[in-house]
Design a protein around this ligand. Structure first.
Ligand code: HPA
Ligand code: ZN
Length: 349
């Protein structure tokens, strides 16, 4: 496709306006401090923070684990189906304003079942919000993630508990503390999930080594790698990811806040694209990392000097990397073309 030329000063607005798919967003990570306090009050949950400001102050992370400790504590206010509905509804409404046309949303059932909340409560609330978003024109699906710091047995129990609701989620993933919990710990769980017909994704190569990405591909048969930025340290892996167009769901602000890169200017997103990988931009945990998907696009573009051509590539990659039907992907690609043409036109006076 021929790309219209875009003036550099129009790039931030183009990044916001272009249609895109979000493929790496943990719904619990969209829980804003304001909503944590509102739900704590609604549900009578005591918080170890006196104010919203005090809670926000605690969001000073040094690595993945320092974030996860606060992220799991924040999720403790989610108890009722309505809470999960409200959370997902708020995210999807926000995503629509950022021109997200399709979202594949992660959720962590074990974070909630550990507190006595039923899987049914979690899935019913989230699924109803997805259905409402679809009715309003945003495509939305759910992906169930297993917590990798827990055991294989607990993952199997979670899968069993969720199976009565199997029509409500399209895939399974693997998240939480990466180093020390390699993908092959869950080989049998993912084999069962494949038999059941679920799509397979896995966090790998966020903080962990390229070997974890190989395992996610070869053992779990992951169709996408979440994060995957450590792949650049393994030339053979980079070749494989490029040749097979295995998507990476990259999250620049997350990587910045969790110090995967010393600063955003040193992020390797451009390098991944230059190597021919199907990289995408996503928000991971927007309430904790300082921005939703458009902030991720705008800040990484500003820091690394990427261009409109790369914006096009990233949006097109997000559709290609999605599990949406080909007809939907083609429709979104056509909208991308129209948006670029609109931005190529001289600005209205
Ligand atoms: N990595 C691992 N687990 C997570 C993340 C992440 O970036 N966000 C929420 N759970
Ligand atoms: Zn993540």
């Amino acid at each position: 496709m021929k790309l219209p030329a875009i003036a550099p000063d129009r790039l931030p607005a183009l990044l916001a306006a272009m249609p895109k798919a979000e493929l790496h967003m943990h719904i619990e990570g969209s829980l804003e401090p304001e909503m944590i306090f509102a739900l704590a009050e609604r549900n009578g949950v005591a918080l170890p923070y006196a104010s919203i400001e005090e809670l926000r102050h605690a969001y000073a992370f040094t690595d993945l684990q320092s974030f996860l400790d606060i992220y799991y504590a924040g999720a403790s206010v989610l108890l009722k189906e309505e809470d999960f509905y409200d959370l997902a509804q708020a995210y999807l409404a926000r995503a629509a304003t950022e021109n997200v046309v399709h979202a594949e949303i992660f959720f962590d059932p074990q974070t909630h079942t550990a507190r006595g909340v039923g899987v049914d409560t979690v899935i019913r609330g989230l699924s109803r919000a997805c259905a409402d978003a679809r009715a309003q024109g945003t495509s939305a699906e759910l992906i169930l993630c297993f917590l990798r710091h827990l055991s294989e047995r607990e993952a199997f129990e979670t899968l069993e508990a969720a199976l009565p609701f199997r029509d409500h989620f399209i895939g399974v993933g693997l998240d939480s503390s990466e180093v020390g919990h390699p993908p092959d710990k869950f080989a049998r769980v993912f084999a069962r999930c494949r038999e059941l017909g679920f799509h397979i994704v896995a966090h790998a190569g966020e903080e962990g080594p390229p070997a974890y990405i190989w395992q996610a591909l070869d053992v779990l048969k992951a169709e996408r790698i979440d994060h995957g930025v450590q792949a650049v340290h393994d030339a053979a892996l980079m070749q494989r990811l490029a040749a097979e167009r295995v998507p990476l769901t990259v999250c620049p602000l997350s990587n910045q806040k969790l110090r995967v890169f010393p600063d955003l200017a040193q992020h390797n997103l451009k390098r991944l694209l230059d190597a021919g990988l199907c990289a995408t931009v996503n928000s991971d945990d927007p309430a904790y990392f300082g921005g939703h998907i458009n902030a991720n696009f705008q800040q990484v573009f500003a820091a690394t000097g990427m261009t409109a051509e790369q914006a096009w590539q990233l949006a097109a990659n997000s559709f290609e990397a999605s599990f949406a039907p080909a007809a939907d992907q083609a429709r979104w690609l056509a909208r991308l073309q129209t948006t670029f043409e609109r931005f190529a036109a001289p600005a209205e006076i």
